[in-house]
Design a protein around this ligand. Sequence first.
Ligand code: FES
Length: 122
Amino acid sequence: MYTDKVMDHFTNPRNVGEIEDANGVGEVGNASCGDIMKIFLKVEDNIIKDVKFKTFGCGAAIATSSMVTEMAIGKTIEEALELSNQAVAEALDGLPAQKMHCSNLAADALHEAIKNYREQNG
Ligand code: FES
């Protein structure tokens, strides 16, 4: 039911944890299941240098969290804002239809963290 990429990121998630001196933090909850994703950013010179995440959620949520961190690192904040939930799901070679709602968290949490960064660093 899951692609190899989803299984890979679920069983071996990248960038799990917190960034102590994060300068942007975003948290979103999935209204349909109650799962929560939190993303920490370290931005320097408008570039996302580091991203870490903590996700209390299903396997698909963890895989999309892991993938979105990999996609965001090295991007400018403008480029990272363009990352969509759909793009994250596609990078995982898709998710089962009944799990697409799980991918709603990933890019949203990243965008929230960028918003928070901008508020702090106006
Ligand atoms: Fe909640 Fe997947 S079931 S994010």
